[in-house]
Structures are given as C-alpha cells and as structure tokens.
Design a protein around this ligand. Structure first.
Ligand code: GDD
Length: 315
C-alpha cells in the first residue's frame, strides 16, 4: 500500500506519516524548498519529494512517479488570521493546489482514494439551535480561509460526480497536540507559559478573544480518523471529525495555567482580535462513527498536558 501525504512536514502531516509507517504503509510526502524539517527528521523511512502544488507540471510529475493508492491532502495555508492579511495567497494555495492534484489524478487515471482536509470553519456563523453541528448544517463561512475550504470540498464533490474520483472530504473541528504550530491558540498559550517558566519572558500571557467556543480533538485521534475515512468511508460523502465537546478559550487558558506553578497575568492584545470570529464550533460526529466506528480516545486534558510538555522540551 502506497500513501502520498501532502504537507508532510506540517503538524498533521508528521503525525499522519507516523501513523502510516506504524501500519507498514509506504509513505511519500511533499515538501517545498522552504519547508521546516523539524517534525519529520526522526522519520527515516519516508520518501520526500519537492513539489510546488500550485504548479500543475510539478504535481503531475509527482503523481506519475508515486502512483499512490491513498492520498491524504493536508497541505494548506491553515491559519485563519493569515487569510485576512493575504486572502489571495490563501485562495490560490488552497484551491489551486487541490485543483492540480485532482486534475493529475484524473488525467493519469489513478484509482487512488483521496481524503481532503476540509474544516469546521466552513460552518462559520452558527445559530444557537444548530449545535452540535451536523454535516447538513448550512455553510456560512466567515473568513477567506473558510471560503477556500468550502471551495476545496465542493471541488471534491464535483470531481466525484463528474469523473468518479474516490474522494472523501473530512470537516475536521479544531485539533491540537504536540508539534502544533505556535500561531494556533493552544500552542501559542502553551509556548508563552513555557517561555515564562524558562525565564525567557515576563510573567504576562497575551491573549485574543477568550469567549469563542471550540471543539478540540487530539491530532493522534484525527490521523486515525483520516485513515478510517479512506478505509471505510463512502466516496462523495462528507464527514465531521470532532470530539462532541466544546470549551471556551477562557477555559482552555485556565486549564493550561493550572498546569504551571507560576503566577501569570493575563492581558488582552487587540492585535489578536479578528475582523469576525466564529463564536461556537461544536461538532456532531455521529455520521462518521456509524460508518467507521471511530470515536476520539485521548482526553483533552491529556492533549493539553502533552502540548505544554512539548514546548517545555524545546530549546
Ligand atoms: N491563534 C490565536 N491566538 N487564537 C486566539 C488567541 C490567540 O492569542 N486568543 C484567543 N484566540 C481564539 C481565536 O479568536 C479563535 O476563536 C480560537 O481562539 C481558536 O483560534 P485558532 O487556534 O487560531 O484556530 P481557529 O479556530 O481559528 O482555526 C483552527 O481550526 C480550524 C477547524 O475549526 C485551525 O486549525 C484551522 O486550520 C482549522 O481548519
């Protein structure tokens, strides 16, 4: 069994590669010339190919070489605030990259099963009586990032319908764990706490909107879900991947602070507030559970502890 993981050097990509290697799957991953290799340096048995996903020739060459049975399409500009600062970059990266992959699979006639990393951000504005959110909920995206993910998913549907490609979009709610990029809230707070503990920073933690509610799943549960999506999921059907529980960001902050022995002052940083923030994301993963048996296994407290310890172990 051969798998292609786009964005293998990223947070989810590195965990996906570990999961696949443990199952004796042959793993090829895409990197770009400026990719940071820290997360995958320990993985000796993966094949890395330099590929610019926005370049159709580069992607066609990649797929001709690899001919994967499974494609986990994880590469993306995935930080919501960046999508307001550079909307066009997010749109061209996320949509253009995926068009090139689907086109190459179609042209080469590959029978690959393809998972698309779509997002709960696609739901955007959610009414109070719409939680927990089912896949049938209307999509009301609130950021260029969310719009790019809606488009990625619809392209997947279109290629499934038009050409019969075996495509499974996963709408994943927030996910975190060791190696989470330092921009994202759980990692950002953990890194700030760890820097304070190391004496690298004054005992003040800077925060943005603490009232938002998010549904967090451990990344190690998420990559297992992606595997099951391709093993057992129905082509052309979208699945929520979520924990079914949500926390305010204030609660996330309080939990992380409770793991530290230092007294830390909390300060709002206006630069961390967004033009529009999704108020609540709480997912219903029943459809995916019914199809695959998946449910999250790692408790949130464990994930947060592991994440904080990850930052504490960094130089
Ligand atoms: N990043 C960040 N930094 N967010 C903060 C901060 C802060 O200092 N303070 C409060 N927040 C709030 C944000 O306003 C948002 O409501 C929430 O914390 C989570 O922010 P992020 O961790 O940046 O994630 P996100 O919810 O915007 O998006 C993540 O989840 C999506 C799935 O729902 C990303 O992982 C996306 O790529 C993913 O698709």
């Amino acid at each position: 069994m051969k798998a292609l993981v786009t964005g293998i050097s990223g947070f989810v990509g590195s965990h996906m590669a570990e999961f696949l290697l443990a199952r004796n799957v042959e793993v090829t991953g895409t990197i770009r010339h400026r990719s940071r290799m820290d997360h995958i340096r320990h993985l000796k048995d993966i094949r890395l190919m330099e590929c610019e996903l926005r370049d159709p020739f580069s992607v066609e060459h990649l797929l001709t070489e690899v001919k994967p049975d499974l494609i986990f399409h994880l590469a993306a500009q995935s930080f919501v605030p960046t999508s307001w600062n550079s909307p066009m970059d997010t749109i061209t990266n996320n949509i253009g990259g995926q068009v090139n992959i689907l086109e190459a699979v179609r042209k080469l006639g590959l029978p690959a099963k393809i998972q698309l990393a779509c997002s709960s951000e696609q739901y955007g504005h959610v009414e109070p009586d719409e939680v927990p959110i089912k896949e049938t909920n209307p999509l009301r995206p609130l950021s260029p990032y969310a719009v790019s993910k809606v488009c990625q998913e619809y392209l997947g549907y279109q290629y499934f319908k038009s050409y019969g490609l075996h495509i499974i979009p996963t709408r994943t709610f927030n996910h975190t764990g060791p190696r989470r990029g330092e921009n994202f809230v759980t990692s950002n707070f953990s890194k700030q706490i760890s820097d304070i503990e190391k004496g690298k920073k004054e005992p003040v933690i800077h925060v943005g909107n603490l009232t938002a509610k998010r549904d967090f799943t451990d990344v190690r549960d998420v990559v297992r879900a992606y595997w099951l999506a391709l093993e057992k999921g129905e082509a052309g059907v979208t699945y929520n991947i979520a924990s079914g529980t949500c926390y305010t960001i204030q609660e996330v902050l309080d939990l992380l602070l409770s793991y530290s022995h230092i007294q830390i002052e909390v300060k709002e940083d206006p630069a961390r507030l967004r033009p529009s923030d999704v108020e609540i994301l709480l997912g219903d993963y029943q459809r995916f559970h019914d199809r695959t048996g998946w449910k999250p296994e790692i408790p949130f407290e464990q994930t947060m502890q592991d994440l904080l310890n990850y930052w504490r172990a960094q130089p």
